[in-house]
Design a protein around this ligand. Sequence first.
Ligand code: AMP
Length: 173
Amino acid sequence: MDLKSIIREVPDFPKPGIGFKDITTLIAHPQAMHQVTEEFLNRFKKVPVDAVMGIESRGFIFGAIIAYRLNVPFVPVRKPGKLPAETISASYELEYGTNVLHIHKDSLKAGQHVLIIDDLLATGGTLQAACALSGQLNAEVSGIGVVIELSFLKGRNKLLPHCVESLVVYDSE
Ligand code: AMP
């Protein structure tokens, strides 16, 4: 199945010039979700995974499925003020200002291998912050999986030396 044909493209959202990749049409399609899940599992079958981190909020959908299928814990990466217990944080630059992400301090143990999942890789700042969170707890990133990669933004360069697996690639806006 051609996953790209199932992802809806919404021009000029949330602002003029942005081609928004809307995954609601993908998650509404059980056969496509099955394909996404099996493809992720296949791409990461050779790496050790002790936990899956998923990034708020669309990364939760895909990350939780992968964690369930691998029978490992799911670790939510959340925006400030959402996680109730003690957290650690990492910030990253946006076009205007900065964003911060948190995880619970006890959500990963030193030496654990973590697979990080999000819906989309754009500039890479979000996933870079997720890698930093894993690093702060001395866990090791064993892979990064995204459903969609906007390759023209070259976000994967920011994530080196980690291996990024993307299922659908857009090479222009
Ligand atoms: P970045 O930190 O630049 O890699 O941005 C990644 C995050 O922004 C992802 O979690 C996406 O949900 C969101 N995002 C960025 N660009 C788009 C886009 N064109 N369509 C949909 N979501 C996007």
